[in-house]
Design a protein around this ligand. Structure first.
Ligand code: NDP
Length: 329
C-alpha cells in the first residue's frame, strides 16, 4: 500500500462541518477486516446530502463520504475474500458512520462486501451504483407482486434521475410498457431512448392527492414521496403495487387508506442500505442479466474526485441526468 492516499474527509468543530480533499495514511483507515483499493465510486443523492451538509447523513467525524465503491482487495482477514478479488460495497452505514468510497483506499467489514459478479467491470458496477441497485430492488418487488408486463403500464417517478433512469432501462428490457414522470420534460428524448413510451410532467403529481383517482397503472417505482407518491397511489389499478424508495420531494405521505382497502393495492418500502447479503447478490446477478450495459453507458458521466463537490451541488439542485461515476484510484 502506498504511504499516503487521496481521500475526502469531513470534519466537524464549533464552526460546523468542513469537507476537504486531503492525503490520508494507513492509520486513518477505520476498523475492518478487508482493505480495498477503490477503483470507482459514484455520486448518489445521499452523497449529495452528505457533501453539501444538507442533511445529517454523516454522523461520525472525521469521516470519508461515499456510500458505495467497487474495487480490488489489497489485504483480507475475512474468509470470503483474498487479495486481488474484485468487490462491490454499498450501504451498511458506509459514507455515514464508516468511511466510504471517496478515498483511494477503504477498509471495511468483509461481511458488507459483494463479490463483483462475472460479466461486469468495477466501472459498470458503479455506473449502476446504489441508485441502480435500488432500482433493481424496486423492480424485484413489483415482480414478487406478480406484476408481469401484460398487467399494464408501470409508472416511474423522478425518471431522469439515477434510480428513475435505471428503473426505466431495466423495465424496458424486461418488456414492460413505461410512463416516465419528470420535472425535466426537456429530457423526453433521453427518456424515450431508455425505453419510456410516454412522458408526463411531474407538476400533475404535485398537488394534494384525492383518495382515489382513475385506475391507470399496474405498478409504479417512486423516488419522490410526498404528494407525488400520494397521487401515484390513487392511480394504481386494482391489486397493483408501488415500490417506494425515495424522498426527493418529501418524507411526508399525505394520503388515506382508500386505495389500500378499496383497491387492494400494496406499498412496498425498498431499503438498499441494510438489505441482506442474499438479496444483494440476487439483485446484482439480475443487473448483469437484465440491464442493457451499452445503454447504461449513455446515461453515465465520469468525474474525478476533485469534481465531486460541484457535482454534489448539481445533484442537490436536481440537475444531474442519469448516473455519475467517480474515478477514484
Ligand atoms: P437523483 O437526484 O439522481 O434523482 C432524483 C430525481 O427525483 C430528480 O432527478 C428528479 O427527477 C426527481 N425530483 C427531484 N425533486 C422532486 C420533487 N420535488 N418532486 C418530484 N420529483 C422530484 O437521486 P437518486 O436517483 O440517486 O435517488 C432518488 C431518491 O431515492 C432519493 O430520495 C434517494 O435518497 C432515494 N434512495 C433511496 C435508497 C434506499 O435504499 N431506499 C437508495 C438510493 C436512493 P426529474 O428531474 O426526472 O423530475
Amino acid at each position: 500500500m502506498s504511504k499516503t492516499f487521496k481521500a475526502f474527509q469531513i470534519t466537524k468543530d464549533d464552526q460546523g462541518q468542513k469537507v476537504n480533499l486531503t492525503e490520508l495514511s494507513e492509520q486513518d483507515l477505520m476498523e475492518g477486516d478487508v482493505t480495498v483499493h477503490v477503483d470507482y465510486s459514484t455520486l448518489n443523492y445521499k452523497d449529495g446530502l452528505a457533501m453539501t451538509n444538507s442533511a445529517p447523513v454523516v454522523r461520525r467525524f472525521p469521516l470519508t463520504p461515499g456510500v458505495d465503491f467497487a474495487g480490488t482487495v489489497i489485504a483480507s482477514e475475512n474468509d470470503r475474500f483474498q487479495a486481488n478479488d474484485q468487490v462491490i460495497l454499498n450501504g451498511f452505514g458506509v459514507g455515514e458512520v464508516h468511511s466510504g468510497g471517496y478515498s483511494e483506499i477503504a477498509r471495511v467489514n468483509g461481511d458488507w462486501l459483494v463479490p463483483l459478479p462475472d460479466g461486469i467491470t468495477t466501472r459498470q458496477a458503479m455506473a449502476v451504483g446504489t441508485a441502480g441497485y435500488t432500482a433493481m430492488l424496486c423492480v424485484m418487488a413489483l415482480e414478487d407482486h406478480a406484476i408481469t408486463p401484460d398487467k399494464g403500464t408501470i409508472l416511474v417517478t423522478g425518471a431522469a434521475g439515477g434510480v428513475g433512469s435505471v428503473a426505466v432501462l431495466l423495465l424496458s428490457k424486461l418488456g414492460y410498457q413505461i410512463t416516465a414522470v419528470t420535472g425535466r420534460t426537456s429530457e423526453s428524448d433521453y427518456l424515450h431512448s431508455l425505453g419510456a413510451s410516454e412522458i408526463l410532467d411531474r407538476q400533475s403529481f404535485s398537488e394534494k392527492a384525492r383518495p382515489l383517482g382513475k385506475e391507470l397503472w399496474a405498478g409504479a417505482v417512486d423516488v419522490a414521496g410526498g404528494n407525488t407518491l400520494a397521487n401515484v397511489l390513487s392511480q394504481i389499478k386494482y391489486g397493483g403495487a408501488v415500490a417506494a424508495c425515495g424522498l426527493a420531494e418529501s418524507m411526508a405521505l399525505p394520503t388515506s387508506v382508500a386505495a389500500f382497502i378499496l383497491r387492494g393495492i400494496a406499498l412496498y418500502g425498498i431499503d438498499s442500505v441494510m438489505a441482506p447479503l442474499e438479496k444483494r447478490q440476487q439483485a446484482w446477478q439480475r443487473i448483469v442479466k437484465d440491464l442493457d450495459l451499452g445503454k447504461l453507458e449513455t446515461m453515465v458521466s465520469e468525474i474525478s474526485l476533485e469534481e465531486v463537490p460541484a457535482a454534489a451541488e448539481a445533484i442537490m439542485a436536481g440537475s444531474v441526468r442519469g448516473r455519475i461515476v467517480v474515478k477514484v484510484g
